[in-house]
Design a protein around this ligand. Sequence first.
Ligand SMILES: [Zn+2]
Length: 431
Amino acid sequence: MKELNFKPAKTLLIKNGRLVDPSTNLDQKVDILVRSGKIEKIGNDLNADKTEVLDATGWVVFPGFFDMHAHLREPGQEDQETIESGCAAAIAGGFTGLATMPDTHPTTDTRSVVEFILREAGKTMADVTPVAAITKNRRGEELAEMVELFAAGAVAFSDAERSLGNIRILRHALDYARMFAVPLIDVCEDAALAGEGLMNEGVMSTRLGMHGIPNVAEDVVVSRDIHLAEYTGTPVHLAKISTTRAVALVRDAKKRGVKITCDVTPHHLILTENDLVTYNTNFKVKPPLRTQADCNALIAGLKDDTIDAISTDHSPHAPEEKEVEILVAPFGSTGLETAFPALYSHLVKTNRLSLERILKKLISGPRNILKQPVPALREGEAANLSMWDLEAKRTFSAESFYSRSRNAIFLEKELSGVVKAVLNKGKIWQP
Ligand SMILES: [Zn+2]
């Protein structure tokens, strides 16, 4: 495990970087003067006496990304990830903020766990916003103390990888969520329909002789949640959608004015069920990798704003758990460190999506859903930014991660886009 060595960056002059910020329509080579953790001045040929200079020639400068779906495993499974190592992975991937999922041990269903997460996060360079459980122990039976959890700092509620099976409880939870004006986040998979499935159900699952998870296991939950959001008038956020039908359902619902939002992961945009032919367990994820047609539908969904955000679903697993036969390996891949390079290499460089669109889905999209302040490259704003060399290439090896785990779906793949520096909370990190 590597340690993230960050240092104070109270005053810094960033020279000659190309600033790109979709929220202010900025795309310009210009200097930034940072003072007291804030962007004091943006302009050409800035000079400041006795100020440390960071030469950003050839680099792009973006506002920091935000991941609204990360599993940091602490408390409970610190061998896989801690809040510190997860935040280090986030910073190393250009994510200055993230939301932690509540499937910790104990579950994030009490005030003390939320407070613990916030306290630990305070020592890191990242902004951390906890998502608390909807039901006690995520069992789907009894509502957690949502009032107390919200007061402690929960920004949303979710039963993480379990979709709420009891729709009556879901409806009650929505009543509370409306009261606090926070979203409920549902992972859309009907447990009974998914059954023992390991991968997408189709020609490939038959060929490989593996149990499949049909698209309909996702589509029925998406449909149900849209109906409930429409009926109650309360926002529901659908996590990591993966099917063509799910995109179409959300698109139609949004046209009707239903308060529904959704996100997608980089791997569901880039990889397909065909990648499972090697039986590599890093490709065993939930929802399962689908088909190229589904990837195309998801990309179209980002283009027309049907899909609001890109989240990593960063899911660390210990090697002894994941480096086993595919039948018994747990679902999930890490994603914080590889997300932007993967998106840039496979979607921007191939002209499938614009850089601006990817940035919106990584910067303002998720923060707007969770009502978090959106950083901007503007004078007076906090210096919350990441710098990249988009021409440089890098291959992630198992030893290269700041995450405690190495089950990365983009492991050993050459990707374009190398992080050069990240600023947040008055601190700077450089690799
Ligand atoms: Zn997840």
